[in-house]
Ligand binder design. Structure first.
Ligand SMILES: [Zn+2]
Length: 761
């Protein structure tokens, strides 16, 4: 009999109960006991739900108050010394201080979990780092489920992935050097779980899908030999996800496990090879239901894969599971009454995904006839999709087909464009600008909410926004900035705003996914062909331009960022969806240009995060991602200046792609980790203009004129003065007006001081 498993259930709750409880606790509105009560109830509900859906291997220890990597840091007692942890069990104050900082110690760093939009707390390893058990959470939650009569499969983040996700404080040391010290703690926890009655344990090693070197391969061999030694009858499911095993397949398949979980969605191409390499007697946990998306599974296609696999393994050695933990998917489609029924019927959130797994298991064990009705309904759904005019818009397809090579290239090479833009814009050297957004005050949010709910009229709303734009424009003129922005008061979010104005997008009421800690996001759903029915930003930008003689920068979000921060349809390549969005942005760019907007910024903060985890898949992605941006921006005259903005700092890997965007000006985050971030641009001899952020907007601190002059001098040393812009490192929407005013005044003063110094030379 094939079994079923889940790798992890979303912990936030269907109505974001955990978020609300956490925020009440942090604000002092609720005590610890009430937070713990909510958490316990969520765990009980989720275990019971999974049992009722017929899942055999139900995870425990997948719950976390903040983050599963932080929980692992607690489990192994790797609390950084600045938190003054005295030993014993990590208490809630220390735990939340590590996540969020406190009066005495800065929070630990946070970064993206592989290529998802979830962020984890980065482990910090100090000089002479020691480990000791400091959290009994894994055992406690196993016992808690057992008391409810549910035998769970506890989940641990594996020791090698845990170390690889961390950072050494000591230069030249590597986290994997710490493996020998770490393993005894894992050994102890695993033995405790076995003693508490666990029959299976799931150890997640997502690092197995990365490109790994020999040292990492040896670390895996050593770690799993140790784990094999400490467990008696406890069975191990080694879970990999977010890709195939790539070049690690041969040695990974020889690690001592009782079952291995493979991502059959993202690693589909390697499945056959992996099945052939499966050790005799080992079980295969096959993830064919996509845990990273919100669409129903094509059950017929999944069953074909299962039947092929069963031919090699038999049903007894098969476990059916989602591709990865379901924490990357919303909880339940039930309750999404406001969605168009033809979109809604295509959706499967975590709960529905587990139902699909149960159907697949029944078909595998009892034959397809046993689930005939489900299969027929599923097949009919996919057939409808193929000839739905809502999904396939002939005009959009026709247009995509007729995209020609010239549409990916600006009319002239950069030097000619630069000359045309200088004549047109007449800017001083070291031109000053901002990244786009200005503080989003409570009044702005109130107007937007009022308009959405219908409590204020469109005319009142427009007037409120225009008045805000006036304030922002007047402010920038007073401060003396050179290229102005309208401040984006009308935008809730840089992707949602455009999604709501484009065809092919849908929005859920409750499709929340955890981003980090208590923060949840509700990504738009791209369900059909994308096109722009009418201009989206032209009215706001031209209104703002009418208030000033200085150039007004039009502000758009790029096609890759819109794609990356949405749930994307799976019935066509991501590239095609990106190009459809690019053509819609192109329409907007052309309309802005025609309306007299001479500077247009198209932000692509997510270009880097779309990068596939495995090196071999990167060139193809970068090729179409760069082309999508060029398609969106190439249709303008030489005199129109195209800007782009990116907020991450890891430029080295993709510097060629960034240059390939061929934006006239790029603004980047550089102030936080100093000037070294510019190395990539310097080494590459970045040809166009560039504005490395001269101050960090993530902090309320106001930088001094001298500080920014000093930073600009360093930049002038390595970049040419003709290519340098002066700007903050990101948008200002999360900041308060007083600090924005002081910081921008100092920034403009710094630019002016350098200009006059340079004029004297
Ligand atoms: Zn930014």
């Amino acid at each position: 009999m094939a079994k079923t498993a889940n790798l992890g259930f979303p912990r936030i709750g269907k109505n974001r109960e955990l978020k609300k409880a956490l925020e009440a606790y942090w604000a002092g509105r609720a005590d610890l006991a009430s937070l713990q009560e909510t958490a316990k109830q969520l765990r009980a509900d989720h275990w019971t739900l999974q049992r009722d859906l017929g899942i055999d291997h139900i995870p425990s220890n997948d719950f976390s108050y903040y983050d599963q990597v932080l929980d692992t840091t607690c489990m192994v007692g790797a609390v950084p010394s600045r938190f003054q942890f005295a030993g014993g069990q990590v208490d809630p104050d220390t735990y939340f201080a590590m996540a969020r900082g406190n009066a005495d110690a800065a929070a630990m760093e946070m970064t993206k979990w592989f290529d998802t939009n979830y962020h984890y707390i980065v482990p910090e390893f100090e000089d002479n780092q020691q480990f000791a058990p400091a959290s009994s959470k894994a055992v406690d939650q196993f016992t808690e489920a057992r008391e409810l009569g549910i035998l769970t499969r506890p989940v641990l983040l594996g020791p090698v992935s845990y170390l690889l996700l961390g950072k050494m404080k000591t230069p030249d040391a590597e986290p994997l050097d710490l493996l020998d010290r770490l393993l005894p703690v894992y050994g102890e926890v695993i033995q405790q779980l076995e003693a508490a009655g666990a029959e299976w344990i799931q150890i997640d090693e997502p690092a197995l899908v990365l490109d790994l070197d020999e040292q990492a391969a040896q670390a895996f061999a050593k770690a799993y030999a140790h784990i094999a030694e400490v467990r008696q009858n406890l069975k191990l499911c080694l879970a990999t996800y977010f890709g195939g095993l790539g070049n690690n397949l041969d040695w990974a398949m020889k690690l001592p496990f009782d079952a291995i979980h493979l991502d059959g969605v993202r690693g589909a191409g390697q499945l056959e090879k992996a099945v052939a390499a499966l050790p005799e007697n080992a079980l295969l946990s096959l993830g064919l239901v996509n845990g990273r998306n919100i669409w129903k599974t094509d059950l017929g296609a999944a069953l074909e894969t299962i039947e092929k696999t069963v031919a090699a393994t038999g049903t007894d050695r098969l476990i059916l599971a989602p591709s990865c933990s379901l924490m990357h998917s919303p909880v339940d489609v039930a309750g999404e009454e406001k969605l168009d029924p033809t979109v809604r019927e295509r959706l499967a959130f975590a709960t529905q995904k587990l139902e699909e797994i149960a159907v697949l298991a029944k078909a595998t064990n009892e034959g397809r006839d046993a689930v005939n009705a489900e299969l027929e309904a599923n097949q009919a759904l996919f057939a409808r999709l193929n000839d739905s005019s809502q999904v396939r818009n002939p005009a959009v397809r026709q247009r995509l087909q007729s995209v020609s090579d010239e549409m990916f290239r600006r009319k002239s090479p950069y030097p000619q464009r630069q000359a045309a833009q200088r004549a047109e814009l007449n800017l001083p050297s070291l031109p000053t600008t901002t990244i786009g957004s200005f503080p989003q005050t409570p009044e702005i949010r109130k107007s937007r909410a009022g308009f959405r709910k219908g409590s204020i009229s469109e005319a009142e709303y427009t007037q409120a926004m225009q008045s805000e734009i006036q304030t922002v424009v007047r402010f920038q003129e007073e401060v003396g900035l050179d290229v102005l922005v309208h401040g984006e008061p009308e935008r809730n979010d840089m992707v949602e705003y455009f999604g709501q104005l484009l065809e092919g997008f849908a929005f859920t009421q409750n499709g929340w996914v955890q981003s980090y800690g208590s923060r949840c996001v509700k990504p738009p759903i791209i369900y059909g062909d994308v096109q722009r029915p009418e201009p989206m930003t032209v009215e706001w930008s031209t209104y703002a331009q009418s208030l000033t003689d200085k150039p007004m920068k039009g502000m758009l979000t790029g096609p890759i960022t819109i794609l990356q921060w949405s749930f994307v349809r799976e019935d066509q390549p991501r590239r095609d969806t990106a190009y459809q969005i690019a053509l819609s942005i192109l329409d907007e760019v052309k309309d802005l240009e025609a309306a007299g907007i001479g500077v247009i910024q198209i932000d692509e903060p997510a270009l880097r995060e779309g990068l596939p985890l495995q090196q071999s898949e990167r060139p193809e992605y970068l090729d179409w991602a760069v082309k999508a941006f060029r398609l969106a921006t190439s249709g303008v005259e030489d005199r129109t200046q195209i800007h782009t903005h990116m907020c991450y700092s890891d430029f080295n890997e993709i510097i060629e792609a960034i240059a390939g965007l061929d934006a006239d000006v790029i603004s980047i985050e550089a102030s936080r980790s100093d000037i070294e971030l510019l190395d990539a641009f310097v080494d590459y001899e970045y040809p166009n203009e560039i504005g490395p952020g001269v101050y960090d907007i993530h902090s309320p601190r106001v930088p001094s004129v001298e500080e920014m002059v000093d930073l600009l001098r360093q930049m002038i040393d390595v970049l040419s003065i003709d290519q340098l812009w002066v700007n903050p490192d990101c948008g200002l929407k999360t900041r308060q007006w007083p600090e924005v005013k002081a910081s921008l005044e100092n920034m403009v003063a710094a630019a002016q001081q350098l200009r006059s110094e340079l004029a004297k030379q």
